[in-house]
Ligand binder design. Structure first.
Ligand code: TEU
Length: 563
């Protein structure tokens, strides 16, 4: 694998191991399944993989509840399987980024088990956030924080003699106790975990809840709502669009200044290795100037731009977010990092088919207004081609290269997301975007598993999106991504720079920019846009039309052309 700042313009493919490919037939994807399908990713043309967690875990939050940070869960294989996957990826010139979950451990982690067995005030308890309750008998939680998955963020422990004891903090499920990052032992343990994976040869880390690890001193009450999204839109309020839903978590549990010292220490460790290792922050932080602090030169390399993900399908809003992103990141010398889908949000092929296509963190029920699948796919292809035409790095979530929709009518009986259970079913949760991949149109479970098993049911619509069909079909979504990635690389778009096309700078329907010699023009739903005579089409997200001998871009279509 070549050296250099590969991450600045990389296209990084997110593999969600339990839903990618199952080699051993138990209905859950595994590491050998990923190794067996690497050629799909090579054909697609991505630079790197990010693997969601595959570590030892009771799987209460699909592996984001880690019991042993240095081992592979038997569900996914063995450490040897990991080494084989890493070597096979590197042999194909594909880098591998692994997920690090430092905000919390599983309650089955030896540290938490030791903490439960130890006395109040002991060093074992000091690795987590144990506190006395409020009220006369300590029967009230230590503060009023709510879990992001619903319900209180505190759970009370029971002493050995059966009487109620201290409470512990968990921003997510009660099986995910938060660590105390003011404890030097916690810091050095995770520095060792970083070295463990760096020594094995990984190219970097995606850092889970990177904005949540340090809490405000004294854990003060907070009356704002601890939702996954709040009311800002990432654009620093300069463009008048602050009324739309945004991507920022706020309050005393998020984006505290002290978190940055942790990343500076980690950066020194990564820099001490050869091969240009990189970190990406999963930080739901707004405004973008605040997010940019995570990618200062001595901290992380990238931070997911969730403001872009939540911007929906609105030309002014998208321009505002893109503009604000470059302004914020240029100030710290960092590239931007675009993303449209992941394992936590409704897939953009479904989201953009909703009447109000902003961020839908909580999944969809069959009883919700259902997305228009055709419109959603058309817009998703256009949105992806817009994203891939922007300078910076882009993340692609497994299945989006096939145009997969969410499963929007899952039976409640099969749902597994703790967000569904902790809200008593008020939220559908994220299972709909985690459906096993369709590899073959005509095989049981669409080729996901040799015996046709799949841990979540796949909708019948997946047959038309199966990888074997799409790879062989000109004009398929896979074909679009493959072509776009080839052109993007050939034209060096990832390291280009952006200028807005003046004529469309305030157009309510069109986002149009020049990146090097390529014009990227997205028509978000107005009348067809006629291109200048002689425009050389490089790639288009849908069929183009003719207008008096000139090429025209219909609504919900993006085109790249040289002019
Ligand atoms: O997500 C962190 C997080 O804040 C999410 O809850 C996010 O806001 C939400 O899902 C958006 O819809 C990370 C992981 O990506 C997620 O899968 C885990 O459940 C969570 O951390 C806890 O580890």
């Amino acid at each position: 694998v070549a050296e250099g700042s590969w991450w600045r313009d990389a296209v990084i493919y997110q593999v969600y191991p339990r839903s990618f490919a199952d080699a051993n037939g138990d209905g859950v994807g595994d590491l050998p399944g990923i190794t067996a399908h690497l050629d799909h990713l090579v054909e697609l043309g991505v630079d790197a993989l990010w693997l969601s967690p595959f570590y030892r875990s009771p799987q209460k939050d699909a592996g984001y509840d880690v019991a042993d940070y240095r081992d592979v869960d038997p569900l996914f294989g063995t450490l040897d399987d990991f080494d084989v996957l890493l070597e096979a990826a590197h042999a194909r010139g594909v880098r591998v980024v692994v997920d690090l979950v430092p905000n919390h451990t599983s309650d089955q982690h030896v540290w938490f088990q030791a903490a439960l067995a130890a006395d109040e005030g002991s060093p074992e308890r000091g690795r987590y956030l144990f506190r006395e309750g409020r009220g006369t008998g300590g029967e009230e939680p230590p503060n009023n924080w709510q879990s992001i998955f619903g319900g209180p963020a505190w759970t009370r422990t029971t002493r050995a003699d059966g009487t109620p004891g201290q409470w512990y903090l968990h921003l997510f499920d009660s099986s995910q106790p938060d660590l105390d990052w003011s404890n030097p032992e916690v810091r050095s343990e995770f520095e060792d975990v970083l070295r463990f994976w760096l020594d094995r040869g990984v190219d970097g880390f995606r850092v889970d809840v990177a904005h949540g690890m340090v809490k405000a001193d004294g854990l003060p009450d907070w009356d704002g709502h601890v939702a996954m999204v709040d009311g800002a839109d990432g654009t620093d309020g300069t463009d008048g669009t602050d009324a739309v839903n945004g991507s920022g978590n706020s309050g005393p549990m998020f984006d505290q200044d002290g978190v940055h010292e942790i990343y500076r220490a980690w950066r020194r460790i990564l820099d001490s290795y050869d091969g240009d290792r990189a970190m990406v922050a999963e930080a739901w932080v707004e405004p973008l100037s605040r997010l940019a602090r995570y990618v200062r030169a001595d901290e992380m390399h990238q931070a997911f731009n969730f403001s872009f993900l939540v911007a929906g399908w609105d030309a002014a809003r998208l321009r505002g977010v893109v503009e604000a992103s470059f302004r914020a990141n240029d100030a710290v010398g960092a590239p931007t990092t675009w993303v449209l889908s992941n394992h936590d949000v409704v897939r953009h092929a479904s989201r953009l088919g909703l009447a109000e296509p902003e961020h839908r963190p909580n999944g969809l029920f069959a009883s919700d207004p259902q997305p228009d699948a055709e419109l959603g796919l058309r817009r998703a292809r256009a949105a992806s081609l817009l994203m891939l035409g922007l300078p910076g790095s882009s993340y692609v979530y497994q299945g989006e290269e096939l145009g997969l929709p969410d499963h929007t009518s899952l039976d409640d009986a099969v749902r597994q997301d703790p967000a569904f259970f902790r809200t008593g079913g008020a939220e559908a949760g994220r299972d709909g975007c985690r459906i096993p991949m369709p590899w073959e149109a005509d095989a049981p479970a669409y080729g996901f598993s040799p015996d046709g098993a799949a841990w979540l049911p796949q909708p019948a619509s997946y047959a038309a999106h199966a990888a074997d069909v799409e790879r062989a079909t000109p004009g398929s979504t896979f074909d679009l991504y493959r072509t776009a990635l080839r052109v993007r690389k050939a034209e060096h778009l990832g390291t280009g720079d952006l200028t807005w096309l003046g004529v469309f700078a305030h157009d309510p329907h069109v986002v149009a920019l020049r990146n090097r010699d390529v014009v990227v023009l997205a028509n978000l739903g107005g009348a067809a846009v006629t291109l200048p005579a002689g425009a050389e089409i490089l790639v288009a997200s849908g069929e183009l039309t003719q207008d008096a001998g000139a090429t025209a871009v219909p609504s919900d279509t993006t085109v790249w052309y040289r002019a």
